[in-house]
Design a protein around this ligand. Structure first.
Ligand code: PMP
Length: 404
């Protein structure tokens, strides 16, 4: 059982007020709040350890390097990768996908090749592939979904051809909440000899992810959505692929030797980590992962499922409520529309009542086109949220509805 009252004391921001109302923070899909241990780790490391990593012979540099590299081990353990050489530090999911689109595209894609994505992707898993398409003449193929927001797996299977080079799909939709059957989808890709990248931005914070069990070839996520700091993210990649890929950016750290005639690139994972890494951020990310591990990802998933089920039932009691995304398996994201109230109006008025939700297209405009809507209101939950907060949101929505 999760002790919510105790957990909430670890997140000072949760006890603040906005417009004189207690804050109800339901924008966890955009970013999560940070526990004290994460914020304190940042201050502590700057105050007592700070020095650039990897290059120094002096005490502080070695200590900072140890912290940075032990964070890599924490990440490895958290997603059960085989080796720390398969964990690349990036700025976030977006950079992880751009890295892969650039390097994988360079090494493996040429004119006429195909990449499969889905209709429910975030722009960060669409635009890098479109940029690759423009550079290399690659074609994007899109897996469609049904009206409940579930990907059509038969159609997916029929998209493969001998030209298919990669599948890149989201584990959990940031709009619909759908948990895609990625293990099955990866197996399908492998049956066609194709590797798969999974966008884990919305899954890693909420469900236990085991990259070996999924057999994912690449897996991307952001630290700030899992209670860690902004500016740090992960690209996991199987060593067999990473070894074959060219570097993403050039500079310090990613080289072994440089002369004006020839540069020898560094070994994994440093080959993909040009420049000074955010070593303060990686230590803080490791603290965040330790924090959620201590609570237990299974307990977190079970509690958030309970919250989401409760919220769905309560929201359904509201007249004119339309929940967008009714997949069988859903994460802790609920998108909705009430009557013909514009999402922006709903979001703004809820904000005045202390409820922080997100409104708009959620960086998934192609999905909005598929749904035939401009945007939604989105409430997304974390393990520090409560049923009382959901009640407050439902009461607030009722108030807004009556105003229209
Ligand atoms: N993919 C999904 C599914 C997301 O929800 C997000 C963030 N909203 C991203 C990618 C991008 O993450 P970031 O902005 O942290 O790079």
């Amino acid at each position: 059982m999760i002790d919510i009252a105790k957990i909430r004391t670890d997140f000072p921001i949760l006890s603040r007020q906005v417009y004189g109302k207690p804050l109800v923070y339901f924008d966890n899909g955009a970013t999560t709040q940070k526990p004290r241990c994460v914020v304190e780790s940042i201050a502590d490391e700057y105050y007592s350890v700070n020095a650039n990593v990897h290059r120094g012979v002096h005490f502080l540099s070695q200590q900072a390097t140890e912290l940075h590299e032990s964070s890599r081990e924490t990440v490895r353990r958290f997603i059960n990768a085989r080796s720390i050489t398969e964990i690349i530090f990036t700025r976030g999911t977006t950079e992880s996908i751009n890295l892969l689109a650039s390097s994988f595209g360079e090494a493996f894609c040429s004119e006429g090749d195909e990449i499969i994505i889905s209709v429910m992707e975030h722009h960060s898993n669409i635009v890098p592939w479109q940029m690759l398409a423009a550079r290399k003449g690659v074609t994007l193929k899109v897996i469609p979904m049904n009206d409940k927001g579930e990907l059509l797996l038969d159609e997916y299977e029929s998209l493969f051809s001998e030209k298919t080079k990669l599948v890149s799909v989201t584990h959990v939709s940031n709009v619909l909440g759908t948990i895609n059957p990625v293990k099955e989808m990866i197996a399908t890709a492998h049956a066609h000899g194709v590797p798969a990248l999974i966008d884990g931005a919305q899954s890693v914070p909420h469900i236990q992810v085991d990259v070996q069990d999924l057999d994912a070839d690449f897996y991307a996520f952001s630290g700030h959505k899992i209670y860690g700091p902004t500016g740090v993210g992960i690209l996991y990649g199987k060593g067999q692929y990473l070894d074959q890929l060219p570097p993403y950016q050039g500079g310090g750290e990613m080289i072994q030797t440089v002369s004006f005639e020839k540069t020898v690139f560094n070994e994994l994972p440093f080959k993909f980590e040009a420049g000074t890494p955010d070593y303060i951020g990686t230590t803080a990310l490791a603290k965040a992962l330790d924090y959620v591990s201590a609570i237990g990802m299974e307990s977190i998933a079970a509690y958030e499922h309970e919250l989401t089920t409760y919220a769905t039932e309560r929201l359904r009691t509201i007249e004119g409520m339309r929940i967008i995304g009714e997949a069988e398996r859903k994460g802790s994201v609920i998108s909705f529309l009430v009557q013909d109230i514009h999402p922006f109006d709903m979001g703004t008025l809820l904000d005045r009542l202390g409820i922080a939700v997100r409104t708009g297209h959620h960086c998934a405009q192609p999905l909005m086109i598929r749904l035939g809507i401009e945007g939604t209101v989105r409430a997304s939950f974390a393990f520090y949220n409560t049923k009382e907060e959901i009640d407050s949101m439902v009461t607030a929505i009722e108030r807004v509805r009556k105003m229209f």
